[in-house]
Design a protein around this ligand. Structure first.
Ligand SMILES: Cc1cc2nc3c(=O)[nH]c(=O)nc-3n(C[C@H](O)[C@H](O)[C@H](O)COP(=O)(O)OP(=O)(O)OC[C@H]3O[C@@H](n4cnc5c(N)ncnc54)[C@H](O)[C@@H]3O)c2cc1C
Length: 445
């Protein structure tokens, strides 16, 4: 087993090599803030930055060191699609609603890249393009239908790649061809998060790490200090806030029961290879695109942006916790897809928490006066940044705060309290849907 691990193996995100978690930068909290934010990922920090630049006093609290969550652990793929397919969304909710949602997805994607460029955040953000590799002929047909529908209605570009041309993109014969989406992007999630954090601090936001928020209570109107609508219990004492933002996504605690009942936390798994001979790496992904396969339970691959390694992940929500067992499972996925890398060792293995939702859609809104943005279903790099900005704009009363995503109610299920006991069943259901699609060539379920 240890044959799989490099001598300098670390059970930590690869991204932390270049962007290690920073110590808390906040000191002691003040008695009151205009805005208190729970969670220091992209959602919380993007909201904090916009509010602080508008002159509001802002404190961000994280129960761990700032950036401990998925924002410094993800794969760094930048996309503009949902877990739910466009065709399904259009069939279920109508063409106008689907078009409005996809316009906002596009805006999230473009505005994240524009923000990074304007701020000069050096995080290897590029429009590298993405290969979606079809796991069966049925998936290939379903993919073509979905992408043709999106091109016809929304003008989004793609190119189908038959099996005979797959090796132009990836050193594999595992897939039945695929599709290239030429304009999708990628970045270094750790450096992006660090850049965001530095700018939020420079704008005047206070960021408190290792400081859990355990309760948010409304203050009765007659006893409210000016600007103190909520009393927030932190590990460093109570603070008052006019506005509170919950930005905890896959780490949402049971102490926030309304939110915890609406997100389904699940674990994502990733690994990095040891440094590879550059020519060997270049053969695996010659165009340096990101790759996902077409299954509902995806495998994904990308070159590291800063060193000659391959980063990859998959086997989502499999339940494993032991790093060696995770390494063995992921290495199997690597060998299956990229057999030239069968003998390479892994330098990093790590996990992170994502949040699914019962309608497979991300949600933004305000419940009982408390703002929230969460449920990104594995696509929170652009969407977390976008929702954070939108929440700040809502708090500031700005007209461009509206997004198509806020019109949907945030569903839960009876008796669900935040413990996703049904996840193994859901993953088996996903696998069954994928094989059904493979057999019948039907559209994505
Ligand atoms: C392995 C993996 C790969 C992924 N790949 C991609 C990808 O390629 N592209 C993409 O778009 N998305 C991807 N995602 C999803 C994306 O990373 C997340 O959707 C996004 O980072 C969520 O950001 P956030 O700010 O909402 O939450 P997070 O960054 O998860 O931050 C939430 C924070 O809340 C804190 N918190 C929780 N409870 C409390 C409390 N009571 N008090 C104080 N703090 C609290 C936590 O400590 C945590 O730091 C991936 C996720 C994982 C795990």
């Amino acid at each position: 087993m240890n044959d799989l691990l490099a001598t300098d193996f670390r059970n930590a995100p690869y991204w932390w090599d270049a962007a290690p978690l920073a110590e808390s930068a906040g000191g002691t909290p003040a008695p009151a803030y205009d805005a208190v934010i729970v969670g220091s990922g992209y959602t919380g920090l993007r909201a904090a930055l916009a509010l602080a630049r508008a002159g509001r006093s802002v404190a961000v609290f994280d129960r761990e060191l700032p950036g401990f969550g998925a924002s410094r652990r993800n794969a760094g793929f930048l996309g503009r699609t949902l877990k739910k397919s466009y065709i399904d969304l259009k069939a279920a909710k109508g063409a106008a609603y689907a078009a409005a949602i996809y316009r906002d997805l596009m805006m999230a994607y473009e505005s994240t890249l524009a923000f990074i460029a304007e701020e000069g955040i050096e995080c290897h953000a590029v429009r590298c393009g993405r290969l979606i590799a079809a796991t069966s002929a049925g998936h290939f047909a379903g993919l073509e239908r979905e992408l043709a529908g999106m091109k016809g209605d929304l003008g989004l570009p793609y190119e189908m790649l038959p099996r005979a041309r797959l090796r132009e993109e990836m050193a594999t014969d595992l897939y039945e061809g695929g599709a290239v989406i030429p304009d999708l992007g990628s970045l270094h999630p750790g450096l992006y998060h660090r850049g965001l954090m530095e700018r939020a601090l420079a704008a005047g936001a206070a960021i408190f790490g290792a400081c859990e928020i355990s309760a948010i209570e409304p203050v009765p109107r007659m006893r409210q200090e000016p600007g103190g609508r909520f009393r927030v219990t932190t590990a460093a004492g109570k603070v008052f806030a006019r506005d509170v933002v919950v930005a905890t996504n896959g780490y949402t605690p049971r102490s926030l029961p309304w939110h915890a009942r609406r997100v389904i936390p699940f674990t994502g798994y990733m690994a990095a290879t040891e440094e590879l001979p550059p020519a060997l790496l270049a053969r695996q992904l010659p165009n340096r695109r990101t790759v996902i396969d077409s299954n509902l339970d995806i495998d994904f691959f990308r070159p590291a942006p800063d060193t000659p390694r391959l980063l990859f992940g998959g086997a989502t929500a499999n339940g494993l916790e032991d790093p060696e067992a995770i390494a063995a499972l992921l290495h199997g996925r690597l060998r299956r897809a990229l057999p030239d890398l069968a003998d390479v060792k892994l330098s990093h293995v790590w996990t992170g928490q994502c949040a699914g939702t019962f309608d497979m859609m991300p949600h933004i809104g305000c419940h009982d006066g408390i703002w929230y943005g969460m449920g990104y279903n594995f696509a929170g790099v652009p969407m977390g940044s976008f929702f954070g900005l939108k929440i700040a704009q809502k708090i500031l009363g700005l007209p461009d705060a509206i997004t198509a995503f806020e019109s949907a109610s945030f569903p839960t299920l009876p008796f669900y309290r935040g413990n996703p006991w049904f996840l193994p069943l859901a993953m088996r259901w996903f696998a069954r849907q994928d094989s059904r699609l493979a057999r019948r060539g039907a559209a994505r379920p």
